[in-house]
Design a protein around this ligand. Structure first.
Ligand SMILES: [Zn+2]
Length: 503
């Protein structure tokens, strides 16, 4: 029996500030994919981590008056601490400055590119945005400013190592156009294709040790230079798999995985969809199979950013409203493209949707079963009427979720689950089990059979929902399964809490 392997990663964020809601979104999305595939019987490896070696971290430490390593450690802890409160299920977490797996991996990748003749030295002058950690073309600037960070780039002139990106233009176009390297959604794919068709220039993959303040990985055989932060950071996806020591995990999870998926934000698409595949081509390694790109979150219309201090602390939000509400909002409200605006009342609406829709469905099912069929549901006659439609919806839902998640469409996936919850709730109102029970008590045997059918269908619907909701709301799914197994109305009433909005 061959079991499919699925490797999924989040991006590794800079640790120049505290984690913000945008990164929580990415973690939750990747987590849903990982949990869903595990549930479907695939073997999954899910990686997250932090990018410790960025110059931005160095600058933030200097601004805080703290030693770099101490500052980076403290901030990285905050990112690692998202795991429990956000109910994340990653299998591994890599920190690029302290993890002993990382440096050998980045060095091996460098040497592999050098062996392909793709690294060369050159004097370079250009406009560097520290926020992007990248040189920008003059044509990319918006009135002289970086369009992403709204700051003036710095003019840098130094001797650097360059990567021969220009060599891979045709190959990258072919891979993306053919779909062998999927970029989702389409709008992002078109953006990448447009960028490549505009012509690829070689890019700098090192900086002087002085400019890096001695922080980062020295260039193999040239310690006067430090490996460019993006080359270093991208290597984490394979260094965490012991690529540096030619480990078995690299073969298992990178070379032999059926899918290698990176979840990222739109601001770093070029590094992942252009630079990274080119580096891998040069190194003779397989490429990711898909890059899934999310847009940004805003809070009351303002961009979230670690640098501006506008973070909307995900842990605080989860503590205040519960993780169900936060995860459900991320998955149900955030569109595939276009920024989503986070507002507390939207989160509260999603918390109430769970309580009124899903909580109510399970609660009334347990109560009806306890009241009218405490010994269990009897064998039913062939399905009829409303039950036929509900069973069809039950049967359809898992496939719909599979198809939506294969497209990275979380709204469609949760929407499909929710249609079933709505159908089941409507089924209770139309079949009116309490009236059937009354008729049964007055001797109507057909009503008794209808009652078995109705309660049986509801139980099947609730069990399916408790299983299918688990990748999205892991703890809530477990609570529902437990309440159903116990048949305890007390547990049924306490599945979700309604939101209280602070004004
Ligand atoms: Zn920038």
């Amino acid at each position: 029996m061959s079991t499919r392997r699925f490797y999924i990663t989040t991006a590794i964020p800079y640790v120049n500030g505290d984690p913000h809601l945008g990164f929580a979104l990415e973690c939750v999305q990747a987590d849903v994919l990982a949990r869903h595939r595990r549930q479907r019987g695939e073997r999954v490896h899910f990686l997250s981590g932090t990018d410790d070696n960025s110059l931005k971290n160095v600058e933030a430490a200097e601004a805080a008056g703290a030693p770099i390593a101490e500052f980076v450690n403290a901030k990285a802890e905050r990112f690692a601490a998202l795991r429990e409160p956000l109910e994340l299920s990653y299998d591994d977490f890599i920190r690029t400055s302290v993890d002993s797996r990382h440096r050998p991996g980045a060095e091996r990748l460098w040497r592999a590119c050098a062996a392909s003749g793709d690294l060369y030295e050159r004097h370079y002058e250009g406009l560097y945005c520290n926020g992007c950690e990248a040189f920008l073309r003059p044509s990319e600037l918006d009135a002289g400013l970086c369009p992403e960070h709204h700051c003036e780039p710095e003019r840098i002139a130094e001797r650097n190592w360059f990567f021969r990106l220009s060599r891979y233009e045709g190959k990258l176009l072919e891979l993306i156009e053919s779909g062998r390297l999927r970029i989702e959604p389409d709008q992002r794919r078109n953006e990448v294709l447009g960028f490549i068709r505009g012509g690829l220039e070689d890019f700098s993959v090192s900086r002087s040790r002085e400019r890096a303040r001695g922080w980062g990985i020295p260039v193999p055989e040239d310690p006067s230079q430090v490996v460019y932060v993006w080359f270093d950071a991208l290597a984490n996806y394979v260094s965490a798999l012991d690529y540096g020591t030619g480990g078995e995990r690299y073969r298992e999870w990178w070379e032999r995985s059926d899918e290698r998926v990176h979840a990222i934000g739109k601001g770093i698409i070029r590094f992942h969809a252009v630079y990274w595949p080119a580096i891998l081509l040069s190194a003779g390694a397989p490429l990711p199979t898909a890059i899934f790109v999310h847009d940004y979150l805003t809070v009351d219309g303002q961009k979230l950013s670690k640098s501006t201090g506008r973070t909307a602390d995900p842990i605080e939000i989860a503590e205040r409203h519960g993780i169900d509400a936060l995860r459900w909002w991320c998955l149900r409200d955030v569109p595939r493209t276009g920024d989503a605006d986070f507002r507390e009342e939207l989160l509260a609406a999603r918390a109430n949707e769970l309580a009124d829709g899903l909580g109510n469905l399970v609660n009334r099912t347990i109560t009806l079963l306890g009241r009218f069929r405490p010994q269990g549901v009897g064998t039913t006659k062939p399905l009829s009427g409303e039950a036929v439609a509900l069973h069809a919806a039950i049967k359809r839902t898992p496939d719909e979720i599979d198809n939506a998640l294969a497209r990275f469409d979380f709204r469609a996936a949760t929407g499909s689950l929710w249609r079933l919850v709505d159908d089941a709730n409507r089924f209770v109102s139309t079949t009116r089990p309490w009236d059937l029970a009354k008729a049964e008590r007055s001797g109507d045997l057909d009503a008794g059979a209808d009652l078995d059918e109705a309660l049986g269908a509801l139980l099947v619907a609730c069990r399916l929902v408790s299983r299918e909701v688990r990748p999205f709301l892991p703890a809530a799914g477990a609570r529902i399964a437990h309440a159903l197994a116990e048949g305890d109305p007390q547990l049924g009433r306490r599945l979700f809490t309604k939101a209280v909005i602070r004004t």
